[in-house]
Design a protein around this ligand. Structure first.
Ligand code: HEC
Length: 268
């Protein structure tokens, strides 16, 4: 019975249990992100660097359909910077008044460009595997941002004996099944950060993980702020209710109920 309770308690707390989808997996560690605490918000400098990593590296294979250039405004970029960034892409538009399709430079309401015209094209370019859209990826995997960082930094190890790594696959112990069709996407110094941060693999993995976490939860900071604001009156009301209860019950709590024997009357 006691043993059973321990197993029950462990299954609630242990990350190993949460990660037991596949036996070949390494459990992903829990990293001290600066935005996951109750009162913490996103590091916008990391979002900006992470966007650069996405743009220069991941966007060659992955789409980001739900993120538009306008979403960056006021978060990681100013409006002018976002307009300039959008202007660097070419978008198919039309038909115009002659019924013809045309190309135009991107504008704020365009979403990030897709790397491939459709899923079949994407598969044929990636050894049969489909690079998923990354807009909601931190929501779509159980450990979200922790998993993403582990996955991106999990390359470069020798596969254990017994695991055969086929051509076009890589060994990555954090990926379910441990064999992934995504080649190692990051190498040291790959991205030139404008703020001078050294672009090591772990730095880029961290930044792009924060960026993709923001993509999946753009309302994250506002949600926490509103949550805290709505808790304040609740705390005040709880204090008031406590005080009120004490006040009302005071009369009863201080009352002593006793029994007094009736006085004996003469003659009995
Ligand atoms: C050369 C193409 C390529 C590049 C560049 C690339 N990926 Fe991938 N990625 C893939 C493919 C292919 C898959 C599907 C892998 C599979 O299913 O085996 C994938 C899968 C993924 C997955 C899903 C893993 C899962 O749990 O299903 C994530 C997350 C991911 N990539 C993130 C990134 C990030 C972040 C970057 C940029 C730092 C990046 N990728 C760059 C090709 C790429």
């Amino acid at each position: 019975m006691v043993g059973g309770m321990w197993v029950g308690a462990l299954s609630l707390t242990s990350r190993v249990v949460r990660n037991s989808g596949s036996e070949e997996n390494l459990p992903w560690p829990h990293y001290p992100w600066t935005h996951t605490g109750i009162f913490q918000s996103f590091d916008t400098a990391a979002i900006r660097r992470g966007f650069e990593v996405y743009r220069q590296v991941c966007s060659t294979c992955h789409s980001l359909d739900y993120i538009h250039y306008r979403n960056l405004v006021g978060v990681s970029h100013t409006k002018e910077q976002a307009v300039a960034l959008a202007g660097t892409i070419e978008v198919d538009d039309g038909p115009d008044d002659k019924g013809e399709m045309f190309k135009r430079p991107g504008i704020l309401t365009d979403h990030m460009p897709k790397p491939y015209p459709n899923d079949n094209f994407a598969r044929s370019a990636n050894n049969g595997a489909l690079p998923p859209d990354l807009s909601l990826i931190t929501k779509a995997r159980p450990a979200g941002v922790d998993y993403l960082f582990s996955l991106l930094t999990g390359y470069g190890r020798d596969a254990p004996a017994g695991i055969k790594v086929r051509d076009g696959m890589s060994y990555n112990p954090y990926f379910p099944g441990a064999l992934i069709s995504m080649p190692p996407p990051l190498v040291d110094g790959q991205v030139d950060y404008e703020d001078g941060t050294p672009s090591t693999v772990s730095q880029m993995a961290k930044d792009v993980a924060v960026f993709l976490n923001w993509c999946a939860e753009p309302d994250h900071d506002e949600r926490k702020r509103l949550g805290f604001k709505s808790l304040l009156p609740l705390i005040a009301m709880t204090c008031f209710a406590g005080y009120y209860k004490k006040n009302k019950w005071n009369v009863l709590k201080n009352r002593r109920v006793g029994w007094v024997a009736p006085a004996k009357t003469a003659g009995h």
